[in-house]
Ligand binder design. Sequence first.
Ligand SMILES: [Zn+2]
Length: 218
Amino acid sequence: MGFKTHTEGGSWTGGGTEVFNCNLNERNAIDTAFNFMVSSGIPCLNRTGGLTSLSNCLSGKTVSSVEIDCRGSSCRSGVFGTAPRGGNSINMCDLGLPPSGLAVDTDVTVFHELIHSCGGGELDSWSLENHCYNGHGTINPGPTTVSGFVGETSDLGGGLRAGTFVVWEPGTGRVFVKVSTGGSWNSSPTISRGAELNVNRPSYMVPPPSGGGGGSWV
Ligand SMILES: [Zn+2]
């Protein structure tokens, strides 16, 4: 685990040198982003409350414990990063790395993708980066991204939909920590609204109010 490498030089019989896919500037920015998550992102989740499982999962994600790749031109255009949901790897793209991206872009992208690796969907990653990285590189999700939230969340009735770590009211654009209470071997827990996240509500409304903008990445 750690930064992914490829072999340069050598021949079909072997040899060659292992070279990092992420160059030194990229690795430094990613190191900084993991440190920022420890100093700021995880404390934000802990302050918010009700996010212990995510906070614990992220605390276990370090530069050496996660497989980190820099995909360069193989990334789809407009994408900052990607990560398999519930996996242990993140792929960084040029927009989320120097010199195309600012340091804050790397910080936000690492946080967003690591939330996916902890099992979060797009609603979870977007709302939690908006909440915890407000003023630190996060942007509002665009209408296409927000309509995608519908398909990956479950309908709880009463205008509420559930993601992995958060619940969402598409009608009002409000997002809350997901609280599960009760439940046993033969009954599901009751899901309710915990602390409200600091997101730009109009951006999270379905259908979107006219004139909404915003960005998208997966
Ligand atoms: Zn994503």
